[in-house]
Design a protein around this ligand. Structure first.
Ligand code: SIN
Length: 278
């Protein structure tokens, strides 16, 4: 465990990725020194889990998100009443879907996909409802140099109509209000802050490779989806009430496990806009 002069304590979660953060109360305004330490830990560990938290008032959750950049508006998801910046995650006995059930990087179908996402959970099932994260730097590093050469320069197609159409209609989102963006991004991206390379495809949104036939793209993408989802690059996080997870979508994928039906799981998500992947 490292303790920073700001009071922030950082404990590595696993050799793969992630860190537990304590010594900060996110239901209060944070200092510049605390922000700097959190920002550095975010770049170092890719996913931060803030423990021992109280419920963060929506205004402060939004303010915390804005410290990392402009906020991202989700093209289709239901928002919290009075707070369009907040995406409400909610699954219960009548839900037809839970959010994020397949491996993905948030909204990778956007031209400027999210830099990071902050989720705090306020209602948890007694057991279950874990979230998995996977390290896309590590997945890239494990490829052979020959395969890296093949992938370098390829452009992946990310689509969302098959995901967002009708997805949130039972949560009051009208179909004429949603957007279904598509984008083309480098299949291998370089993180704008760390300079490290990461695989940037996921089985939720990535549907093809530019200039390749369906069969050609499928053979590369299926290999990469399976490779990126290998247990060696993963962690599985078991939530406690009011934990806040903050993940870097540029170098980590995640998957939420819906194994708790008919129980309820609910929280608020603030998402920070990123830049065009390069
Ligand atoms: C998401 O993909 O934002 C959902 C993550 C979760 O509910 O754990």
């Amino acid at each position: 465990m490292i303790e920073r002069p700001s009071g922030i304590k950082i404990e590595k979660f696993s050799p793969t990725l992630g860190a537990i953060i304590t010594g900060v109360d996110l239901s209060q305004k944070i200092s510049d020194a605390q922000f700097n330490d959190i920002n550095q830990a975010f770049l170092d560990y890719q996913v931060l889990f803030f423990k021992d938290q109280k419920e963060i008032p929506p205004e402060l959750h939004i303010e915390f998100g804005k410290k990392f950049g402009e906020l991202h508006s989700h093209p289709a998801a239901p928002t919290m009443e009075g707070y369009p910046e907040i995406f409400e995650i909610h699954a219960h006995k009548d839900s037809k879907i839970a959010n994020g059930e397949f491996w993905h990087s948030d909204v990778s179908c956007d031209k400027e996909p999210p830099l990071g996402t902050m989720l705090q959970l306020h209602i948890l099932p007694e057991t279950g409802g874990d979230t998995m994260f996977s390290n896309m730097y590590a997945a890239y590093d494990e490829l052979s140099n020959k395969y890296k050469e093949i992938l370098d320069g390829l452009i992946a197609i990310h689509e969302s109509e098959h995901i967002y159409k009708g997805r949130y209609s039972d949560r009051g989102v009208s179909e004429d209000k949603i957007e279904t963006p598509t984008a083309k991004h480098p299949l291998i991206r370089t993180h704008p802050k760390t300079g490290k390379k990461a695989i940037y495809v996921n089985r939720t949104f990535t549907t093809g490779i530019d200039g390749m036939s369906k069969e050609e793209s499928s053979s590369i993408l299926n290999f990469l989806f399976n490779h990126c989802e290998h247990v060696n690059y993963q962690i599985r996080y078991r939530w406690s009430l009011n934990d806040l997870a903050f993940w870097d979508n540029r170098c980590a994928m995640h998957r939420a496990i819906w194994d708790y039906w008919p129980n309820e799981r609910k929280g608020r998500r603030v998402t920070i806009k990123g830049d065009i992947p390069k």
